[in-house]
Design a protein around this ligand. Sequence first.
Ligand SMILES: [Zn+2]
Length: 423
Amino acid sequence: MRRFPAIDEFQIEVFREGELDEVRVLVELEDAAGVSRVREVLRASLGIRLEVVPVPLRSLSGFELKARRYVRVHQTSGTRGAPIRWLDTQESWEWWARCWGFVLRGAGVGPADRVFFPFSFSLFIGFWAGFEGARALGALAIPGGGQDSPTRLAWIETLGATVLVCTPSYALHLLEIARARSIDLAKLRVRTTVHAGEPGAGIPAVRARIEAGWGARAFDHAGMTEMGAYGYECAAQAGLHVTESEFIAEVVDPATGAPARDGELVLTNLGRVGSPIVRYRTGDHVRLAEAPCGCGRTFRRLEGGILGRLDDMLIVRGVNVFPTAIEGIVRRFVDLDEFQIEVFRAGEREEVRVLVELEDAAGASRVQEALRVGLGIRLEVATVPRGSLPRYELTRGPEVAPAGPLQRRSQFLRPSATIFCAT
Ligand SMILES: [Zn+2]
């Protein structure tokens, strides 16, 4: 359609004729000859005759819920450009819930559990599907939207929540809030935390902090707004299982596209009939595990979970550095509340500065030394006052996107702790 510059906007309507799906194409085009040309080009390209209907100029918004089969609309947070809307049918929404069933069951969650979602239930898809998954599993799903963090902590206690589902950084943030109020979260009934949205829960140091603070076992899972919840941890916690009954997973060399064991994850979802995606290049760096998992599941595993973003990889003085590797080291310092990675250009080189919320300068040297030992490279580490860096919770929309151009692709809206500074 976009080959026709005279067409300002078009819309594809899908409707049912008896048992069959039919498609009608609406085009903002005023001349009849143009409409016949569109019909002919579609026939020649697709090998099928579609109904093409001219409509007045500016009558289509580009997003009309004309297709009556859709029951849900969500959108990405738009941390990189305009938000993208995604539609789900009844079937694909049930499918989302089924995919989350794998995630929750993998973490040992069952019908006896009370699952708390500190998440603002908005257009942003976030944990909506997780909520549906808990409901489908027969667990008690508790919406924790529209509340500040202290109120959420109070509800977790009052309602006896046994499971917490949120981003890793929000679980850490709740720990900070609890600490400031002398609340011992380990005394609450939460025994399992399930995370998404950021790679944090797959990073041992982050996981250890969450588990120690909450007195719970922390589980990771992987998903994307556009794809679905495709990977989860089992009790063995030996990487992420890919839910192969619902997704086809391939790993390719990002440069050549050839199959590889270590490379980019490419996914096809099998049940998202509302907005299917075929062979989607996720940009996620993964490695396939070779040995079978101790849990007995036969779904393939991604060793170490999502290892990082291929487009996040920084080359600092010739050394490949993933922000997740920096995070893994920085999070070992328990007196450090938050951190941020700044990437800037020094001449032709990319340089990295790590800002840490620490009170003493000696702490910064210890972080620098740990980074040097862990990464084999000396990075600048600067202290900033406590509470001065942005906190991320999946409940917030694009308004909390950090200042400055954010170069990361939104992987399930992972708010990035990495800031790319203007040069
Ligand atoms: Zn397993």
